[in-house]
Design a protein around this ligand. Structure first.
Ligand code: FAD
Length: 327
């Protein structure tokens, strides 16, 4: 069995769980195993139906009043109990903030290995083992890791790496409620209040159009022009690590190996050189436009349209043109 942990926040499923169900359904063809989705919380059976639409053959609603709010103790124990009972061959978890915390704790408790932050998964045709690929040595090479002696083979996978499969409302699956044995004293952390951070920007992994800027943009003020362009196109802004390190953008807008993985329909890279760590986060975009004064910059090689020149007059012209078209 391939088990996929599908994270929910405030009763909403995160996309990464759906992405992983899609990938697990592909892997299951090579492995001839069912795909079981697990969603954890309290009163969450309504989410199970949606997971069936995306390709889970069975859904486990792991619920308990003590799982109402996320705590690492409670969720690790609940997942541990469900894994012990189901004995999956593979367990996939989204590498979100909570997934990165849960995965290693669960792996340690299960005495198995975990490959963190994977960017690809395949099944080895001969050994039928899970091949877990992730960047290594600062992104300079890709390492493919196996876990031959322990079960489950565990991986956390970065959000946005795999596409969300097409939902099929005709597809249904068996929903099974699993009530873990939990005691209040097992949960050392007491969550008294959750204060949601007010975000100025939408989550970039959900944007269809991204205007991204790098060190070549030159200043925080210059990002106002990028914002204007993004707004006219109905998209959002993002940037390279250099732009984030300069303090021009918040960290949650960073694209790349240590930022977010995005796959929008259009990615406009402005003043970004295209270091391998940046490409790791955006090269699956459908159409890439790069604006750079250096024709030899690596970003120009992955771009569908490479514009050589100083970005500012080009972006100003684009903005002017878009405004004229809208008038
Ligand atoms: P630069 O490399 O300095 O490039 C600036 C570009 O702007 C140049 O190509 C230049 O020709 C162009 N330019 C300058 N002026 C203009 C102008 N007026 N008009 C047009 N073009 C102009 N980076 C990430 O982005 N994301 C990550 O997640 C990430 N993770 C990393 C993880 C590790 C372990 C390491 C070691 C590095 C990581 N990096 C990451 C950093 C990465 O290696 C690069 O340093 C970074 O991406 C460079 O950012 P940049 O392209 O904005 O800047």
């Amino acid at each position: 069995m391939i088990m996929v942990y599908c994270e929910q926040r405030n009763g909403e499923l995160l996309n990464v769980g759906l992405e992983l169900i899609g990938k697990a359904a592909q892997l299951s063809k090579d492995l001839d195993r069912e795909v079981v989705a697990v969603v954890c919380g309290n009163k969450i059976t309504h989410l199970a139906e949606k997971l069936a639409n995306y390709g889970a053959t069975r859904v486990i609603a792991l619920q308990h009043p003590l799982l109402e709010k996320y705590t690492v103790d409670g969720y690790t124990e609940a997942l541990y109990q469900v894994v012990q009972s189901e004995n999956p061959d593979i367990l996939l978890i989204g590498a979100t903030l909570t997934g990165r915390e849960l995965g290693p704790r669960l792996a340690a408790r299960l005495k198995t290995g975990l490959t963190a932050d994977c960017t690809n998964l395949e099944i080895d045709p001969e050994s039928k083992l899970l091949l877990m690929t992730r960047p290594a040595f600062g992104g300079n090479l890709m390492a493919t890791i196996i876990c031959p002696n322990k079960k489950p083979q565990m991986a956390t996978i970065r959000p946005g790496v795999f596409p969300i499969p097409q939902a099929d409302t005709q597809r249904t699956s068996e929903v099974y409620v699993f009530t873990p044995k939990l005691r209040e004293e097992d949960i050392k952390v007491k969550v008294e209040q959750v204060i949601a951070k007010v975000r100025r920007h939408k989550d970039i992994s959900a944007e269809k159009i991204i205007v991204a800027g790098g060190r070549g943009v030159g200043s925080k003020e210059n990002f106002d022009l990028l914002e204007e362009l993004a707004e006219l196109l109905g998209g959002g802004i993002a940037g390279s690590r250099a732009a984030v390190d300069e303090g021009w953008l918040p960290k949650d807008l960073q694209v790349g190996q240590t930022g977010k993985v995005v796959r929008p329909k259009l990615y406009i890279a402005i003043g970004i050189s295209g270091a391998i760590q940046h490409l790791a986060g955006m090269q699956e975009s459908e159409y890439i436009i790069a604006i750079n004064k250096d024709p030899e910059a690596p970003i120009m090689k992955v771009a569908d349209l490479a514009i050589v020149g100083d970005w500012k007059p080009i972006v100003k012209r684009l903005i002017q043109q878009l405004k004229q078209n809208m008038a």
